[in-house]
Design a protein around this ligand. Structure first.
Ligand code: G4P
Length: 190
């Protein structure tokens, strides 16, 4: 998506060689109209799949997931990272290790919100090592639902997560894929 690549070039800040800061439109401040255009792009790419639910994990994935779900006219479910007092039903759960934060979190979804009747589109803001996507795919599997694929705003291809998951047969659509970056330089994959 050319608009996203331009926005990353103009507003993104590369920290070291592996972290891209895009707080001005995605991870801190949110640009709602831009997020809606991204949501519509995902909806269009997965329009033939018969998606019934969009699934993401809190927090930054929620805005884009909602935009995609709105365009697809389906509900969005977000996995929780901390147990909540309101979660009283049976849960699907998966362990997700974050390389960025160097800690594991246990993500959960109440069973009543995903079933074997569902066709699920996973949406997330970043795909780095693929841990979050792998955990979400595991939850879809536990539900017996069909995974239509994953829509990712920014794929950091050089971290290998997408390649591994594509080899496992998961369809991954990224709006921008970065091959290499360092401060002042961002090289997108074609
Ligand atoms: P992985 O899920 O692909 O394995 O990635 P990783 O463990 O490295 O990512 C952990 C968290 O860091 C995720 O957010 C992910 O979205 C975010 N992240 C990864 N790479 C970048 C990056 O280059 N820039 C930014 N801004 N974020 C990145 P999270 O912990 O779930 O946090 P949040 O969704 O609550 O913000």
């Amino acid at each position: 998506m050319q608009e996203l690549k331009d926005r990353i070039k103009n507003d993104g800040q590369v920290i070291g060689t592996s972290i891209l800061k895009v707080d001005s439109f995605l991870n801190h401040q949110i640009d709602p109209e831009f997020i809606m255009r991204m949501g519509r792009e995902f909806a269009q790419r997965f329009s033939a799949e018969g998606v019934t639910k969009v699934l993401t994990v809190e927090a930054s994935g929620i805005a884009v997931a909602m935009a995609a779900a709105l365009a697809l006219k389906v509900p969005v479910v977000f996995a929780k990272k901390k147990p909540a007092l309101t979660q009283q039903g049976a849960l699907y759960s998966a362990e997700v290790y974050s390389f960025t934060r160097q800690e594991s979190v246990h993500i959960t979804v109440e069973k009543q919100y995903l079933s074997s009747q569902d066709v699920v589109l996973i949406i997330d803001d970043f795909l780095a090592h693929g841990e979050a996507l792998c955990g979400l795919a595991c939850i879809v599997k536990q539900a017996g639902a069909r995974l239509a694929g994953a829509g990712i705003v920014i794929e950091k291809r050089f971290q290998g997560g997408a390649e591994k998951l594509r080899e496992d047969g998961i369809r991954i659509e990224s709006l921008a894929a970065i091959e290499y970056m360092e401060p002042g330089i961002i090289k997108f994959a074609e």
